[in-house]
Write a protein that binds this ligand. Structure first.
Ligand SMILES: Cc1ncc(COP(=O)(O)O)c(C=O)c1O
Length: 452
C-alpha cells in the first residue's frame, strides 16, 4: 500500500526541534569513540530542569478520575486562577472570559495565526517554533532583524510596516526573548506600542518566560501597554517546568468579542479541549500560594546564577561575545569573530559549526544561527544553561542559599559541572580552529616562498 502525503505537508521542512533531535541522535549513534557513551554537553534543549511543583503533581493524582470532556475555552476554575495569577504577578486586570486555555502556547500561537488574516512580522533572531507554523499556513511574512543590541527598533518596525500593504499586520513579539535572554523594558515596549497603534499592527506577545525574569520587578506585559491590540500567550511549560503537561493560555485583547467566537470554533474543531485532569492539575500552579511563590523565587534565582556563570565563562574565551541574559535560560553567543578561521576549516555555515561541535572530542550541542532564523553564514548560537540535575540543585539552593556574588559563582561551578566542562569544550574547539588556521597560513606562505 502506498500512501500519498498531502503536498502542503511535503512542502514544509522538518521543524527545527525535530531536526535538532534527529541530528543529535544521528551524531550520537555514529560516534564510535568510548567517550561518546556519556552523551553530550547539552546547550541545545530549552527545557526547565526542575521538578514539576508538588502542588501540581498532587492535584493531577487527585483528579486522575475525571474522564469527561472539559469546556472548550478551559474549565472556569482554571480561567479564574489564571486571571488572578495575572493580577498578582503581572498587575493585569483580565476578565476570565478573555482567557482561552489550549494544549501549549505553541498550538495557541498556531491557532491565532490560523484565524488572523495578514502579513506576519517576525523579529530575528527568533525562537525556532514560529517559522514552520507561518510557512505551513502559507502566510506572507517579513523578517525584522534586531539591531546590534539584539532588540528590534521601533523605527525599523515603522519602516517595514509602511512597506506592507496588507489590511492587517501581525507582529510576533517574544518577551523575554528566546534565544537572547534579553528583556524589553517598559519604555521600549511603549515605543513599539506607539508604532503598532499608528500602523494598526496586531501583536502576539509570547511571554512564556515572563516569570523567569531575573529582576522580576522589571517585567511588564505588552498586554498592559497595548491592551487593545495584544494577544498574550503564556503557560506551564517554562515557569512551572511542565512542558510535557501541554497547557498554555492566551489572553485576548479587550473588546475582541467576535474574534473569540471564531477562535472557539477553531479550538472545538481541532482539539475540543485540553485534557481535563491536566486542567485541574494546573489550578494550584496558577493560584497564589506560599509554595508557588517559593518555587518561582528559587527557580528564577538559580536560572539567574547559571546565566551569569555561563555568560562569564563563555565571554572569557578570546573573541567570543554574548548577550548578558536578563531572563529565560538562554543566551546568544556570537562566534563571528572566528569567521575567517572557521572558513579556513571549511566550516562555512552555522549548521556546519553545530555539526563540528557535536562530534568527538567536543560532544557539545548548541543551536546554530540557521535554526534561529539568522543568515546561514551567521556564526551565532543559542546556549541553554540548564544541563544539571534540577531536583538536586533546587534542594542544594534551599539548604544553603548563596549570598555573595562569589558564593553564587561557586554554587554554579559546583552544581553544574557539565556547563563548566561544556564551555571548556567550546574554548578548546576555537583554540584548535585558531591553531589550524595559523598552521595553514604558515604552510601556504612557505609553499609560496619555495622557488619553482
Ligand atoms: C519562545 C517560546 N515560545 C513558546 C514555546 C512553546 O511553549 P509550549 O510548551 O507552551 O508550547 C517555547 C518552548 O520552547 C518557547 O521557547
Amino acid at each position: 500500500m502506498k500512501f500519498i502525503v498531502d503536498q502542503q505537508v511535503e512542502d514544509i521542512e522538518l521543524p527545527e526541534n525535530l531536526k535538532l533531535n534527529t541530528f543529535l541522535q544521528e551524531f550520537h549513534s555514529d560516534c564510535r569513540h568510548p567517550e561518546c557513551n556519556f552523551g553530550f554537553y547539552g546547550f541545545a534543549f530549552g527545557q526547565s530542569p526542575f521538578p514539576v511543583p508538588r502542588v501540581i503533581q498532587d492535584a493531577l493524582i487527585k483528579n486522575a478520575h475525571k474522564g469527561g470532556y472539559a469546556a472548550v475555552p478551559g474549565i472556569p476554575d482554571l480561567r479564574n486562577a489564571i486571571s488572578k495569577y495575572n493580577k498578582h504577578y503581572f498587575q493585569m486586570d483580565i476578565d476570565p472570559k478573555r482567557i482561552y486555555v489550549g494544549p501549549g502556547t505553541k498550538e495557541l500561537i498556531f491557532n491565532l495565526l490560523e484565524i488572523l488574516h495578514g502579513t506576519v512580522i517576525l523579529p530575528t533572531p527568533a525562537w525556532l517554533g514560529y517559522l514552520p507554523q507561518i510557512r505551513f499556513l502559507k502566510k506572507n511574512y517579513h523578517m525584522l532583524p534586531a539591531r546590534a543590541n539584539k532588540k528590534i527598533s521601533p523605527s525599523d518596525l515603522r519602516k517595514l510596516a509602511l512597506r506592507l500593504h496588507d489590511r492587517q499586520k501581525i507582529l510576533i513579539l517574544n518577551n523575554p526573548n528566546n534565544p537572547t535572554g534579553l528583556l524589553y523594558d517598559q519604555l521600549e515596549l511603549e515605543e513599539i506600542a506607539d508604532v503598532c497603534r499608528e500602523q494598526s499592527i496586531t501583536v502576539i506577545s509570547d511571554e512564556i518566560y515572563a516569570q523567569l525574569t531575573f529582576d522580576f520587578t522589571k517585567f511588564v506585559s505588552m498586554g498592559k501597554i497595548y491592551p487593545e491590540g495584544t494577544f498574550v500567550t503564556n503557560g506551564l511549560s517554562k515557569s512551572h517546568a511542565a512542558g510535557g503537561y501541554r497547557l498554555g493560555y492566551v489572553v485576548f485583547p479587550q473588546h475582541a468579542v467576535d474574534l473569540k467566537i471564531q477562535f472557539k470554533k477553531i479550538l472545538a474543531t481541532e482539539y475540543t479541549a485540553v485534557s481535563t485532569p491536566i486542567q485541574y492539575a494546573a489550578i494550584p500552579g496558577f493560584e497564589i500560594s506560599d509554595e508557588m511563590n517559593e518555587y518561582f523565587e528559587i527557580t528564577r534565582n538559580i536560572h539567574r546564577i547559571m546565566g551569569e556563570y555561563t555568560y562569564n565563562e563563555i565571554t572569557k574565551i578570546e573573541g567570543i561575545k554574548a548577550t548578558k541574559p536578563e531572563a529565560t535560560f538562554y543566551l546568544l553567543a556570537d562566534f563571528n569573530l572566528y569567521a575567517p578561521e572557521l572558513q579556513n576549516a571549511k566550516i562555512t555555515t552555522s549548521q556546519r559549526l553545530s555539526e563540528s561541535l557535536i562530534v568527538h572530542p567536543y560532544h557539545t550541542a548548541i543551536v546554530g544561527g540557521d535554526s534561529l532564523v539568522l543568515e546561514r553564514t551567521d556564526f551565532s548560537a543559542r546556549i541553554a544553561y540548564v544541563d544539571y540535575d534540577g531536583a538536586k540543585v533546587y534542594q542544594n539552593y534551599k539548604d544553603q542559599k548563596p549570598k555573595t556574588y562569589s558564593d553564587k559563582m561557586e554554587f554554579a561551578k559546583n552544581n553544574a559541572p557539565k556547563i563548566t566542562a561544556g564551555v571548556k569544550m567550546i574554548s578548546k574547539f576555537f583554540e584548535k580552529i585558531k591553531q589550524d588556521s595559523t598552521i595553514n597560513l604558515k604552510t601556504k606562505k612557505n609553499s609560496l616562498s619555495v622557488p619553482s
